[in-house]
Unconditional design. Structure first.
Length: 89
């Protein structure tokens, strides 16, 4: 937004799943993205279609990003790994 105006073109040569393309569309810019991974391009296309249809879930600007505490199960080292490490010692 700081370097472009509405209707300007944005190029993202590493578009991935299209987050920058969606941000550009959301701010009234036109965008083109490139990625060498075909599956990422497909996800980007689906996300852009969902955005234009009004079905893409977006975090409102200014809403804090969730900061994990480290106590969530997904953040824990599996017990099997700890047991294997101790057995190898």
């Amino acid at each position: 937004m700081a370097l472009t105006q509405e209707d300007d073109w944005i190029l993202d040569p590493f578009a991935g799943v299209g987050s920058s393309l969606i941000a550009a569309a959301k701010q009234g810019r036109r965008a083109v993205g490139v990625d060498r991974a075909a599956e990422y391009c497909q996800v980007a296309k689906e996300r852009l279609e969902a955005f234009h249809a009004g079905n893409l879930k977006l975090r409102p600007l200014g809403k804090p990003i969730h900061k994990p505490t480290g106590k969530e199960k997904v953040a824990q080292i599996p017990l099997e790994w700890l047991e294997q490490k101790e057995a190898a010692s």
